[in-house]
Write a protein that binds this ligand. Structure first.
Ligand SMILES: Nc1ncnc2c1ncn2[C@@H]1O[C@H](COP(=O)(O)OP(=O)(O)O)[C@@H](O)[C@H]1O
Ligand SMILES: [Mg+2]
Length: 288
């Protein structure tokens, strides 16, 4: 399978982007998929949430600004099949500095191309910062798909409209004509509140099967896991949060298979080869 890259984006902070990147990546890695997470947020929560140190100069900054290769920045995580391009505070300057260079929207697309081409990973997950600035735009221009984590709360739908408009714009303007929404993940669901149920119902009414069936519950264990630098399936593998993200991983993989099958179906049918007639024995030379 070709490498597929996915940005996890939502301009709101605290909606579960980083938690979903770390948890889903860990579940896929556990299932044998090779995953590279790229921390695109200067807050570097994805880096610390995987137990890695933030180190000055170790972020995508130079790759975006100066075209330096991304590959030397890749760090192994403590978990098999799962690598990370870390982040640190200085990446914040990219919002200003990258805006001044040529092709400022294509910088990530160019930087990530060799990793795509190497086929070293099944999935590249980009953990976007909580804004629709230069970093998120670069991520959205450079990836194949977007997953939108959405908190089950009142303003969720309004925020969703804004980011979907941006996706439409990037597609229509030709910046990323093939960009598509892989799915919407409802996060931090509190089954005791009517509001949470209403929000899920409303989002499903508008976006139908784009919304993943799996809903991520609000749990204490999920909120604790980052302080131990561990994905939920390694922090408490039998917790409700771990079960939910495993279920999301299954659904995610099924969607990828369905998408691949749809591509295969568009290919021209194979024309059966015309059978080659068996070779005739050479005619005997005339006698007489
Ligand atoms: N399902 C959940 N239940 C409880 N806490 C959660 C859940 N998902 C995320 N959190 C916590 O909420 C905070 C924000 O989540 P995070 O994934 O960092 O959001 P974002 O990356 O969108 O800013 C973090 O402290 C995280 O540990
Ligand atoms: Mg985050």
């Amino acid at each position: 399978m070709a490498t597929k890259s996915i940005a996890f984006a939502n301009q709101k902070g605290g909606v579960g982007k980083t938690t979903t990147v770390i948890s889903l990546a860990a579940c896929l890695a556990e299932a044998g998929k090779r995953v590279l997470a790229i921390d695109f947020d200067p807050q570097a929560n994805c880096t610390s949430g995987l137990g890695l140190e933030k180190l000055e100069g170790h972020s995508v900054y130079d790759a975006l600004l100066n075209g330096q290769p991304l590959t030397p920045l890749i760090k192994q995580t403590p978990y098999p099949n799962m690598d990370l391009v870390p982040s640190e505070e200085d990446l914040a300057a990219a919002e200003v500095d990258v805006a001044r260079v040529d092709n400022f929207l294509q910088r990530f697309q160019i930087a990530v191309a060799p990793i795509h081409a190497s086929g070293s990973y099944d999935y590249i997950f980009v953990d976007c910062p909580p804004s629709l600035g230069i970093l998120t735009m670069n991520a959205l221009v450079g990836v194949d798909r977007i997953v939108i984590p959405l908190q089950c709360e009142y303003y969720a739908l309004e925020g969703l409209t804004v980011i979907l408009r941006l996706v439409e714009h990037l597609r229509g303007s030709g910046a990323n004509p093939a960009l598509d929404v892989d799915g919407i993940v409802m996060t931090m669901f509190d089954s005791r509140t009517n509001l949470a149920h209403q929000v899920v119902e409303e989002v499903r009414k508008h976006f139908h099967e784009k919304v993943f069936k799996t809903i991520i519950p609000r749990t204490v264990r999920l909120s604790e896991a980052p302080s131990y630098g561990k994905p939920i399936i390694h922090y408490d593998k039998h917790s409700a949060g771990a079960t939910a993200y495993r279920s999301l991983a299954k659904e995610f993989l099924k969607r990828q298979l369905a998408a691949e099958a749809a591509v295969v179906a568009t290919l021209a049918p194979v024309v059966p080869e015309t059978p080659v007639p068996p070779a005739q024995p050479a005619a005997a030379p005339p006698t007489g």
